[in-house]
Write a protein that binds this ligand. Structure first.
Ligand SMILES: CC(C)(COP(=O)(O)OP(=O)(O)OC[C@H]1O[C@@H](n2cnc3c(N)ncnc32)[C@H](O)[C@@H]1OP(=O)(O)O)[C@@H](O)C(=O)NCCC(=O)NCCS
Length: 261
């Protein structure tokens, strides 16, 4: 109701009366108005009840999906969507963090911290879960895309800065015990070593990364690959199991390039 009143008042002030086509300057003024509205509410943004209420109001004037990410840059408090589920006692957030609707950050028994450094974006439906002293650390400006599963038990998942993890990737730092004399569900879980992803790596859609794997700085892992062994820095690796096919330093630019990037 308040939003409705605020917008009508300001739209009339900006020269909008009923249905009309908008000029460029009117669209700019409208966008400016929407930004002011969102920024106003996000001064109270955060993980608590008030913060969630504030982000719900703030999002009213923003486009959905990727259109919301810029809300995280309006104030250092970032944007934590009202429909994200944060069930974690040790969630450490840097500045301008984006957490989308439908994200689940979950602490299981004895789970360690989840740290999201500055400008990290966690997209819709991603699950970040810690248990049994496992923890998750995601470096500045990294993005975790829709539907990813990051599950850190016993050993951590350590993601560097500027890493892109595409939709539906799955990172599991643990395995189930496989002693032949016991049902697997009754066995303790095991872990080889941390999962580590170096700065600037790109993990393609649907990639699976297993316990103990290190992916070097700037490496690329092709869509749908299963990474069972370490991938060196700057390598391009594909397949199941993922094997290095070449190094980025040997590439010549090919294909169409989006000049706006
Ligand atoms: C890894 C990738 C970047 C490589 O691109 P590229 O350098 O143009 O590679 P090419 O198309 O020349 O393929 C080279 C070889 O690797 C194989 N290959 C490429 N990607 C593969 C993949 N994901 N899985 C298995 N094999 C793959 C090709 O079949 C080809 O094999 P061949 O030499 O026997 O014919 C690309 O294939 C890829 O997987 N991109 C990820 C897309 C994605 O997840 N986007 C999300 C957006 S965030």
């Amino acid at each position: 109701m308040l939003a409705y009143w605020y917008f009508n008042k300001n739209l009339r002030r900006a020269g909008f009366h009923g249905r009309m086509s908008l000029s460029g300057s009117q669209i700019r003024r409208l966008r400016g108005l929407a930004r002011r509205w969102s920024r106003f509410w996000l001064r109270w943004g955060g993980t608590g009840l008030v913060g969630r209420l504030a982000s719900r109001f703030a999002a009213w004037t923003a486009p959905p999906h990727l259109g919301q990410v810029s809300l995280a840059y309006l104030t250092p408090r970032g944007y934590i969507d009202a429909d994200a589920t944060l069930y974690h006692s040790d969630l450490r957030l840097g500045q301008n963090v984006y957490v989308a609707p439908g994200v689940l950050i979950f602490e299981h028994g004895g789970g360690g911290a989840v740290t999201l450094a500055d400008k990290v974006a966690i997209h819709r439906g991603a699950v970040l879960e810690t248990g049994k002293a496992g923890y998750i650390s995601i470096g500045a400006e990294s993005s975790i895309h829709p539907g990813c599963q990051l599950k850190a038990y016993i050993e951590p998942i350590l993601i560097g800065e500027g890493v892109m993890i595409a939709a539906n990737a799955a990172l599991y730092s643990y395995d189930h015990g496989m002693d032949p004399d016991l049902p697997i569900r009754r066995q303790p879980i095991t872990a080889k070593a941390p999962i580590t992803i170096g700065n600037g790596a790109w993990i393609g859609t649907g990639v699976i990364i297993l316990s103990g794997v290190t992916i070097g700085d700037g490496a690329v892992v092709g869509a749908g690959s299963v990474v069972t062994r370490d991938i060196p820095a700057g390598a391009i690796a594909v397949g199941n199991p993922a094997r290095v096919i070449r190094y980025r330093k040997d590439l010549k630019l090919a294909g169409k390039v989006d000049e706006q990037q």
